[in-house]
Design a binder for this molecule. Structure first.
Ligand SMILES: [Zn+2]
Length: 72
């Protein structure tokens, strides 16, 4: 019998570095190359991060906290 659980596969997905949202899209081409847009927070930038669910949760937590702090 093989222990399939021994093979822990980290599922990495591309998320916004600011808010951790996976709801991003990108535009290819133009002078800047690939530019990512985040629908959630409006982030526009040349990079996104590959994160697993744990990392995403941490980014989101931080983002929520910052947002609350910064709210007028
Ligand atoms: Zn975002």
């Amino acid at each position: 019998m093989k222990e399939e659980t021994a093979l822990i596969r980290e599922k990495l997905i591309e998320v916004c570095p600011v808010c951790g949202s996976a709801d991003i899209y990108y535009e290819v081409g133009g002078y800047a190359g690939t530019v990512y847009h985040c629908k959630e927070c409006g982030y526009i930038g040349a990079f996104v991060i590959e994160a697993n669910e744990e990392m995403i949760e941490k980014i989101r937590e931080k983002y929520e906290r910052e947002r609350e702090k910064g709210s007028k």
